[in-house]
Design a protein around this ligand. Sequence first.
Ligand code: HSE
Length: 408
Amino acid sequence: MANIAVLGYGTVGSGVYEVIKRNQAIVSRNAGEEVNIKRVLDLRDFPGDPVEEVLTHDFNDILNDEDISVVVEVMGGVEPAYTFVKGCLEAGKSVCTSNKALVAAKGPELIRIAREKDINFFFEASVGGGIPIIRALNLCLTADDIEEISGILNGTTNYMMTKMADEGWEFEEALKTAQDLGYAERNPEADIDGWDACRKIAILTSLYTGKNTDYEKVYTEGITKISAKDIKYAKELGLRIKLIAESQKTEEGLVAMVAPIMLKKSHPLYNVDDVLNAVYVRGNVLGPAMFFGSGAGKLPTASAVVSDVIAAVKNKSNVMVEWDDEDLELSSVGSVKRSFFVRVSGSEAEKLPGIRELFGEVSTVTAPGVTGEFGFVTGIMSEKEFNKGYDKLDGAITRIRVDNREEL
Ligand code: HSE
């Protein structure tokens, strides 16, 4: 029998408890032995909840228990999670976590300790909720030179953008519902300002390059500036606005960024709606691959965590993860080539000649009920080139990147 402990009995922690209880036979069969939750750590009490039988308020009850071989960390945030996880690994216990803040900040160190101790540090649920993308990168897509990863990696914002575009919900209503459904971070600014997606693309980039991607150096824009008017223009253009986290090799080097991007209908991420996440990967020999599924929420996230528990019970020795301390050098987003949608005040007759001087040929668009302004879409150009024109554009209201590449 494998005894495990769970640090944190919040949304994901209670999901892990539920999945192990509900799928006990399957989990034990796949692990090769019975998986038993021996301890759950939380500061709170849960009167009437069966978890009370194994609940402790003292981390040392887990750290010092030699019968516990695998620890699940689902507390979130860097501290005290980091101290607890490091302590468990140093004590020879494998750790499985869903905590992307911890993995993005301390991944290489925790992976190194696990390797030295010949145990495992697994983090499948830290990116893409229930979608198996980490294991795919670590174990399956290993023959390829990965050229690009583009993903919808934040369920909260994808849910919000879908409801705002399809149901006409206001931003606050959409956020409140995403929180009620258990999708959002404790501090939802991490979702709407793009930091959650930023940490996730940094983790994926570190895994496919083998070098550490400092998430603080990833260019990040959230969805807070996207307005109902922007969505109206997008509809007129037949495009959808999605918060995209991408990492791609350009002529000038590797660029990682998070930003709202307008996608055309043929884009593989166009139809990824609600809380769903998807990751598009392009390898130099594989070509494209798509990973798609439930991106946030109690049970999908717990499903990925429990799959890690099973892997940790089965693999008593270390399963190598290539992610070194050495920092990856990121290039500026200025080198990425694409089109741009721009809203500008005034009339086409008045502004178009100047716009053509700055950006060359553009196509214009108006949106129903939006007056005193119009929109236009540029041809494909580098972001650096675009910014030169945008900085000089009189009456510029906003700009949104457009991914209208012919080939993906
Ligand atoms: N807040 C995150 C999201 C949870 O919405 O995607 C899953 O990582």
